[in-house]
Design a protein around this ligand. Structure first.
Ligand SMILES: [Ca+2]
Ligand SMILES: [Ca+2]
Length: 201
């Protein structure tokens, strides 16, 4: 009886350990914008932007028109197969069923020393922002094939140069052992943020 109880307790403990997760949020309330940009996007913090929460949001503008610009919003590192990562953010889009619109997507980046490294698409939510003001986009990824890093992308789909969407209130849920990196992440004793390091590339 006692050994059965012990075994059941052990199973519960293991299951809790496997499920234990951390939740972290980022609302663009400081000077930091993104971890990087792919394509023709420009990410800024700008007065007069629509804001979902707090006093600031991230403005993401496409110029010149072309491709699908991606704002790198969060990098989750120290992952292993079977880990589940969930992310969500709010998108401001006032053009229903028409561009510009936003999407949540992600790619694998397994090189912790290089925010621009790319190890394949991780997929995402094929839905676009609703176009009725602020709408929430979310998705969940399960780590496989030995990947160790996941970069969350905020995407813009545009029809006209200078098309813009805004992002706010990013939430990431990842296993306890993972590292969640946001644009204000400080990587060294020099106190540089990823955006500062990126701008020195
Ligand atoms: Ca905010
Ligand atoms: Ca739209």
């Amino acid at each position: 009886m006692r050994s059965l109880f012990f075994f059941a307790s052990l199973l519960l403990a293991l299951s809790l350990a496997a499920q234990a997760s951390q939740t972290d949020t980022f609302g663009w309330e400081g000077p930091d914008t993104v971890l990087g940009v792919y394509g023709n996007g420009t990410a800024t913090i700008e007065d007069g932007s629509p804001v979902y929460n707090g006093t600031q949001s991230l403005k993401f503008e496409e110029s010149p028109l072309g491709g699908t610009p991606q704002a790198y919003l969060s990098w989750i590192q120290d992952l292993s197969d079977g880990d589940v990562v969930a992310a969500s953010f709010w998108v401001y889009d006032d053009t229903p069923s028409a561009n510009p619109s936003g999407r949540i997507w992600a790619h694998w980046n397994d090189d912790p020393s290089d925010p621009t490294a790319y190890n394949g698409s991780a997929g995402g939510n094929s839905e676009y922002s609703a176009g009725t003001g602020w709408s929430l986009l979310e998705w969940e990824w399960t780590v496989a094939d030995g990947h160790t890093g996941l970069m969350i992308e905020g995407r813009i789909y545009s029809s006209t140069e200078f098309d813009t969407v805004w992002f706010d209130d990013l939430t990431v849920v990842a296993p306890d052992g993972a590292t969640i990196i946001f644009p204000d992440y400080v990587v060294s004793l020099e106190g540089q943020s990823w955006s500062a390091i990126k701008s020195s590339f």
